[in-house]
Write a protein that binds this ligand. Structure first.
Ligand SMILES: [Mg+2]
Length: 430
């Protein structure tokens, strides 16, 4: 069990990382429009009611929103705030943030108790709302309301839901961990294995978002195209390449003959979902060619998925090397020390997948695999993701100290999907 201080320390760290993301993602929550729409006819009336000290009509859900998951009703779900990021965006929103502060200030001025103003149930909802926004607000308005009207008692459930991530010792995380660690070095090549694994700026990028999308596809069997577009558009600032970004936005997206490493960075779940190598290769092809239908794009995805399949089915490094060299023609008979001095940033499959596999072949454990991949000084997050997926399969997981730091940096949605994936596909195979 974590102490409160640990929770808050880790939260503070997480916040710093997320602030960077948030700056790039001002438009991440266009869905806040649901509040603007709902408030349009009713806000002024709600404000008057609060000023007069008596709520008379029904508007609590979208005037004082709470964290999603606290209530059971459709309204509580629809108007529930997803997480810290959405709460921050709400406060920053030019209309919604201002109104929430205005109506909260009106409530603060009242000398009547919360129950008298709102009624018992809604008084609790307002407390949840105050608790939520106090956690993300820079001033003490919400705290003052909690002090004056709720004896300084926050809503414990809101705090708990906000900070405590789901139990996650059973989760597929290798590729995502490699992405998060590598993200710091994508544009600052580090030609050494001696580097810090995590910084405030270490973050998940497109590699992780699309890995989760592929896992979701394998779990649900729904349209891969729709799932990828859905995730891509909901996490728009993850650092997509230009062509892929256009594909995400297209009404009728078509593959664009790419040999970029995007097909390989997202493939790791495929390496776990099938019982035979043939099925694995076929699904890898299918998942690649929706965008990367160039033979090298397909090959990169297949070689990565095959490496994972072979690693998790007990093949030795020598066997994996031999198979990949024979089937895909990659030259794996080089060392990281030979590659590193002249290796440059490269986003092609043919220029990153073999090198990422070599980093795995040379490694002695998960961490050293990622260190070797990043040390080459190329597309570090993607190479981390490719190597990480294979290393996880070979070494049987991601070490706890890495897992902990990675999980702190992921949206709950990613964690849930990758845990479900683990439960359905990984658990029974290890
Ligand atoms: Mg990336």
């Amino acid at each position: 069990m974590k102490s409160i201080k640990e929770i808050f320390d880790s939260f503070e760290k997480e916040e710093k990382t997320k602030n960077i993301l948030l700056k790039e993602q001002e438009d991440l929550y266009p869905s806040l429009e649901r509040f603007v729409d709902a408030q349009e006819q009713i806000y002024e009336m709600a404000l008057e009611e609060v000023k007069n000290g008596k709520k008379l009509s029904h508007w609590i859900w979208y005037i004082f929103p709470q964290l999603k998951g606290l209530g059971q009703s459709g309204n509580s779900y629809y108007y529930g705030i997803d997480d810290i990021e959405e709460a921050k965006a709400y406060l920053k929103h030019p209309i919604l943030g201002k109104r929430l502060q205005e109506i909260t200030s009106a409530f603060l001025l009242l000398d009547k108790g919360a129950e008298e103003v709102f009624g018992g149930l809604d008084a609790m909802k307002v407390r949840s709302c105050m608790t939520l926004f106090d956690e993300v607000s820079e001033d003490d308005l919400f705290e003052k309301v909690l002090e004056k009207h709720y004896h300084g008692e926050k809503d414990e459930l809101t705090i708990k839901r906000l900070y405590i991530k789901p139990q996650s010792d059973k989760i597929l995380l290798g590729a995502i961990a490699g992405d998060v660690i590598g993200s710091f070095y994508e544009f600052h090549a580090c030609k050494s294995t001696d580097f810090g694994l995590f910084y405030d700026a270490s973050r998940y990028t497109d590699d992780s978002v699309m890995t989760v999308a592929i896992a979701d596809w394998l779990l649900t069997g729904d349209s891969l195209l729709e799932i990828m577009q859905d995730y891509g558009n909901r996490y728009p600032a993850a650092g997509y390449g230009g062509m892929f970004y256009s594909w995400l936005k297209a009404r009728e997206p078509k593959p664009y003959n790419s040999w970029g490493n995007g097909s390989a960075m997202r493939i790791s779940p495929v390496g776990w979902a099938f019982n035979t190598l043939e099925e694995t290769l076929e699904a890898a092809k299918q998942s690649a060619e929706i965008t990367h239908n160039h033979p090298e794009g397909i090959k990169g995805a297949q070689a990565t998925a095959a490496s994972i399949f072979l690693a998790r089915t007990g093949k030795s490094k020598q066997e994996i090397k031999k198979y990949i060299e024979q089937i895909f023609g990659y030259n794996l008979s080089r060392t990281c020390d030979e590659i590193r001095p002249t290796y440059l940033f490269d986003e092609s499959c043919q220029g990153t997948v073999p090198e990422s596999i070599i980093a795995f072949l040379e490694s002695s454990d998960f961490e050293s695999a990622i260190r070797l991949a990043v040390s080459l000084g190329g597309d570090a997050d993607t190479m981390g993701a490719i190597t990480g997926g294979i290393a996880e399969a070979f070494y049987g997981g991601v070490p706890e100290h890495i897992k902990k730091e990675v999980l702190k940096r992921l949206p709950n949605e990613f964690i849930k999907v990758m845990m479900n994936f683990y439960q359905k596909f990984v658990e029974k195979k290890i």
